[in-house]
Design a protein around this ligand. Structure first.
Ligand SMILES: [Zn+2]
Ligand SMILES: [Zn+2]
Length: 102
């Protein structure tokens, strides 16, 4: 195990609204961005593919709930906590809606 004693994602403090929780991930509102974010239960940056698929599926449901069906995008750029896998769901920006569906 890596040094995760001070990882705020491992602490999983329930400071904000929680949307979802299971044995592989949890989804809560991000304090910094005020949007839902999914957090992997394990500390690390490379979750197995099926865990990633699971987390993205959970986050998609919350995205549909919070922003409306398909009116969101998944942002897994980990700027603030680069060593623990998490992803945000954010509202689509107007220019994103212009891209045509295949
Ligand atoms: Zn955030
Ligand atoms: Zn962590």
């Amino acid at each position: 195990m890596s040094d995760n004693a001070h990882c705020e994602l491992c602490e999983a403090a329930k400071l904000t609204e929680w949307f979802h929780e299971d044995d592989r991930c949890w989804i809560a509102e991000c304090e910094a961005c005020s949007v839902p974010m999914v957090v992997w239960r394990s500390h690390g940056t490379e979750p197995p593919v099926d865990d990633v698929a699971h987390m993205h599926a959970c986050l998609a449901k919350v995205g549909d709930q919070v922003f409306g069906a398909n009116d969101w995008f998944l942002d897994d750029n980990m700027r603030q906590i680069p060593d623990h896998y998490h992803a945000h769901v954010r509202k689509k920006l107007p220019w994103m809606k212009e891209t045509r569906q295949p």
